[in-house]
Design a protein. Structure first.
Length: 332
């Protein structure tokens, strides 16, 4: 599908982009893969990794700047929207900035993609958009709604929009695994709540989900990958078995458990072997057979949360992943 196509990824110098770009170059042979982001130093560092590959291009810009998006999207076939203000405390203390990027930026991208004739757009979402309790989650819920509705705005222009949603990305910068590793052998690891659970997904699995969305989407679907959960206390124990676990209390805006599908979405949710799909509630799209395909409707009141998960990551599985990814954890 992506062979000989031009792909643009917003926020492409982040952790997702660092995995999406090499995986996509290896699996497909895109005509161009454009990294669109606002940090020139991150682009400079990332460009070194792809020196000599003429398919990889870099474009300085901000999703808040619609004119710059219009220029960047010339000739683009597919877009992955990964740009976001996503650190929960940062969003709480800088709410206007979070809204400008996560909501206004989404609107800018939707308009520009429609006008420029982009074929398909996949936006990255987060577990925090399901039943949000913090500003970051609220802005991402609004963003998800905008991308779903973008399919109605597109009309005969033909641009399709969908969303992928996943939780805690293992080893990404600022996440719990590199945080615990930085404190290994200090004798103490801080735990916000001993009951806390988190979904566990690798960046490679996130990329696979985006590829699947590009191939499967009709427009307006929210894709949720089936992934294992783990208790944070168990995660800490695997990383440093000898450390004392100090309970420090939940931080503002933090959830005890991650949720990716809320009870209110169950009526529109279908299950597949490796993922769930939340179909749009608007325009009768949730009854569209082209969108449903071979899915089975989930039971009424269904919730997909990290504490009620059917699949759990074992200590051995986590240790195997830590060993295999030791040189990449927390690097981007």
């Amino acid at each position: 599908m992506l062979d000989n196509k031009t792909i643009l990824i917003t926020g492409g110098t982040g952790s997702f982009g660092h995995t999406f770009v090499p995986m996509t170059l290896n699996k497909y042979n895109p005509k161009k893969l454009i990294i669109f982001s606002r940090d020139e130093m991150k682009q400079w560092e990332m460009a070194k990794k792809f020196q000599g590959d003429s398919r990889v291009r870099f474009f300085i810009g901000d999703v808040r700047d619609k004119d710059r998006l219009y220029r960047a999207l010339d000739g683009v076939d597919y877009v992955v929207h990964a740009a976001a203000t996503k650190i929960v405390p940062t969003a709480e203390y800088n709410p206007f900035e979070c809204v400008k990027t996560n909501i206004n930026g989404a609107m800018n991208l939707i308009d520009a993609c429609i006008d420029k004739g982009v074929k398909r757009v996949v936006a990255l979402s987060t577990d925090k958009a399901s039943s949000p309790i913090n500003l970051y989650g609220a802005t991402k819920l609004a963003s998800d709604k905008l991308f779903v509705s973008g399919n109605a705005y597109s009309g005969e222009h033909g641009t399709r929009f969908s969303v992928v949603r996943y939780g805690n990305v293992m080893g990404s910068r600022g996440s719990v695994i590199p945080f615990f590793l930085s404190l290994k052998n200090t004798g103490k690891l801080p735990i916000t709540d001993e009951r806390m659970t988190r979904f566990m997904i690798s960046l490679e699995q996130g990329v696979d989900l985006v590829w699947h969305a590009f191939e499967d989407m009709i427009g307006g679907e929210i894709y949720v990958k089936k992934i294992p959960s783990m208790k944070v206390v168990d995660l800490a124990r695997v990383i440093d078995p000898d450390a004392e676990q100090e309970i420090i209390g939940i931080r503002p805006g933090e959830k005890l458990h991650e949720q990716m599908i809320g009870q209110e979405d169950a009526h529109y949710t279908y299950e597949y072997p490796a993922h769930f799909k939340i179909l749009p509630a608007i325009n009768g799209w949730s009854d569209c057979k082209l969108r449903i395909k071979n899915g089975q409707k989930v039971p009424e009141g269904f919730i997909y949360s990290s504490d009620g998960n059917r699949e759990w990551m074992s200590d051995t599985e986590l240790q195997t992943w830590l060993t295999a990814n030791s040189d990449q954890i927390g690097s981007y």
